[in-house]
Design a protein around this ligand. Structure first.
Ligand code: SAM
Length: 234
């Protein structure tokens, strides 16, 4: 049922390598809103339920979306529980917020902390900006996280935690490693990177330099069941 980790490493979209087609617009300014015509133009104005919007993006951008449905509330709670206490004045960085299930849970649990979200898919970015206008949502790739945070006047010492819904197992080429390196680059020692996955055993393929694995937790009440992992920056 799920997508993460089911695809191979190479792909093609419109004649370009998938990595370039789906993620080449790493500079946020180069990401263009899709031009809607005819019925798509009309549909674009409808407010689709989050699950339908998600399914549509799965069909259009399978590997990048990486899941059939948005995460459930049980998984959101487990992700937020894994964050734990945060130093005062530190920011929460969320990667791959999608329709904002974790974003909303973060806002409820950590109202006093600054939150910045980084999302590659312009459709999700539009939805998030409409639903959560107080949250800065960067449209771009997590692999250039340092630049995104600098644009929001955030230095690595300001980052309290990185929370990620990125489907790293289904992203192409060396993009997962570049994203992991970018996360390591913005996290001070002792701070955490919280990530969920549907396939924890497949994570052995990542070396995780600069991190020590913390405890993980299986969340059975999610479709499909997922595992929340926490890595601490050395
Ligand atoms: C599995 S979905 C998770 C969405 C949401 N966090 C949830 O749990 O329902 C993965 C999300 O990561 C986003 N994403 C994928 N690759 C990305 C990248 N390189 N940079 C930023 N966001 C990315 C996708 O567009 C999608 O919103």
């Amino acid at each position: 049922m799920h997508r993460e980790g089911q695809d191979g490493e190479s792909g093609d979209e419109g004649g370009r390598p998938l990595s370039e087609a789906a993620f080449g617009a790493e500079a946020p300014s180069k990401v263009r809103e899709p031009a809607h015509r005819g019925p798509e133009r009309f549909l674009g104005r409808l407010r689709l339920p989050g699950s339908i919007l998600f399914l549509g993006q799965l069909i259009r951008h399978g590997r990048q979306t990486g899941a059939v449905l948005p995460s459930g509330q049980g998984l959101a709670k487990a992700m937020i529980d894994a964050i734990g206490p945060l130093p005062n004045q530190t920011a929460i960085v969320e990667l791959g917020p999608g329709t904002g299930v974790f974003t909303k849970a973060i806002l409820r649990r950590y109202p006093g902390h600054r939150l910045v979200a980084v999302e590659a898919n312009p459709e999700f970015v539009s939805r998030l900006r409409a639903d959560l206008p107080t949250v800065p949502v960067v449209q771009g790739c997590a692999s250039i996280l340092v630049d995104h945070l600098a644009a929001h006047h955030l230095a690595p010492s300001d980052v309290g935690v990185v929370v990620s819904g990125l489907p790293l197992l289904s992203l192409p080429g060396d993009l997962p490693q570049r994203i992991l390196a970018a996360i390591a680059a913005v996290l001070p020692p002792g701070r955490s990177y919280v990530q969920f996955t549907y396939a924890p055993r497949a994570w052995k393929r990542f070396a995780m330099p600069g991190f020590s694995a913390g405890p993980s937790r299986r969340v059975w009440l999610n479709l499909p069941p997922a595992t929340v992992m926490r890595f601490v920056r050395n």
